[in-house]
Design a protein around this ligand. Structure first.
Ligand code: PMP
Length: 361
């Protein structure tokens, strides 16, 4: 089979070495004669694996002891509900920073539980699209928390600035941002992420939460969404997605072997710089986002002549460059360059783009 590079936004590429290891261990994990999917989550072996996965994640992100790490279900959308249920704490409003599709989706869901405020931070000068810096966010004194999304997976927009808001709970939807670079966990109170981009297979959701904000859920919060319940039961109140947890653990070990977040951050910058440079040096392809806010994980670009979209995708796929179609809301193309995408994948894409431009430009 030819080498395939998968640019899907999620579920996305998983490192080849991780898949190979899982394949090797599939039928007989830890000499138990069974796969990990067939054993109890209460077994000594599973619990050991779960503890190791948490330790590796803590090492990677330098998570201090004042934070709990929870492994949950329900995806990031589950958290859109869990967050107001757990954090409103009798207040009636929360601030939702609106930078694109996903942050707005979180706002829409929060409306079921309170009267959130949407703070729109996108701006355009007619040519380039940009985002307001944090000091210009119009935060409400009486809000229970601020919610924002540092990487808009669909729009291809990122916020690299880290939040420092005094006396305010800060919540971040890190679904397509987590583990792509190092961050200072202490600047946040709650970080959550669905796994299917930079962590592992869909089905597991990671929450990193400051201990002192656990325990304030409203009465009607379902137990499986209640941070205290999940935390008290070591993320095993209900049967966890065991295979997804295991595979995520393998990804954490793989990431440590690559040199951790400093090394991957450097590589991620190199990959996205290469692709944006190709786009900027051409009048055949276009990206209108201000360079300060361009996503390194999801590079959105358009062909100036959209009539060529179909043929671009078809020919790319024949070359082994798959799933480049942009989200229907934005159109055009989207190349997702999560940690598992090697530099060679981006080099192949850039080479193909040059060839395509020569042929059809
Ligand atoms: N937030 C962001 C930033 C996302 O990219 C996604 C999924 N693409 C979601 C939320 C929703 O995630 P899930 O499907 O796991 O609920």
């Amino acid at each position: 089979m030819n080498l395939i590079y998968n640019f899907s936004a999620g579920p996305a590429m998983i490192p080849r070495d991780v898949l190979n290891q899982a394949k090797k261990e599939l039928h007989n994990w830890k000499n138990l004669g069974s796969s990990i999917m067939e054993i109890s989550h209460r077994s000594e072996e599973f619990i050991q694996m779960a503890l190791e996965a948490e330790k590796d994640l803590r090492d990677l992100l330098k998570i201090p002891d004042s934070f709990k790490v929870l492994f949950c279900q329900g995806g990031a959308r589950g958290q859109f509900s869990a967050i107001p249920m757990n954090l409103l704490n009798n207040l009636q409003t929360a601030d939702y920073i609106n930078s694109g599709y996903w942050s707005n989706s979180a706002f829409m869901e929060a409306k079921k539980y309170c009267t959130p405020r949407s703070i729109f931070i996108r701006e355009t000068n007619g040519v380039k699209e940009s985002l307001l810096p944090m000091h210009k966010w119009n935060i409400n004194e009486n809000s229970a928390y601020i919610h924002y999304c540092p990487n808009e997976t669909i729009d291809g927009l990122s916020i690299y600035e880290e939040p420092v808001f005094e006396n305010k709970i800060v919540v971040g939807d890190f679904s397509s941002f987590i583990l792509s670079r190092s961050i200072n966990i202490k600047n946040y109170d709650l970080i959550y992420a669905g796994a299917q981009k930079n962590i592992g297979p869909a089905g597991i959701t990671i929450i990193i939460i400051r201990k002192n904000i656990i325990g304030y859920s409203s009465k009607m919060t379902p137990s499986i969404l209640d941070y205290k319940k999940i935390s008290d039961h070591h993320s095993m109140f209900n049967t966890p997605p065991t295979f997804a947890w295991y595979l995520s653990g393998l990804v954490f070990k793989w990431l440590k072997k690559q040199g951790g977040l400093k090394a991957i951050e450097k590589l991620n910058k190199k990959k996205s710089d290469l692709l944006y440079k190709k786009i900027d040096n051409s009048d055949f392809y276009i990206n209108k986002i201000n360079s300060k806010h361009r996503s390194q994980m999801n590079v959105v670009f358009h062909l100036v002549n959209p009539k060529l979209n179909y043929i671009f995708l078809k020919e790319a796929s024949k070359t082994g460059l798959n799933y480049l179609r942009g989200h229907s809301i934005v159109g055009g193309m989207r190349a997702s360059l999560y940690n598992a995408m090697p530099l060679e994948g981006v080099e192949s894409l850039v080479k193909f783009m040059s060839y395509f431009e020569k042929r059809y430009g």
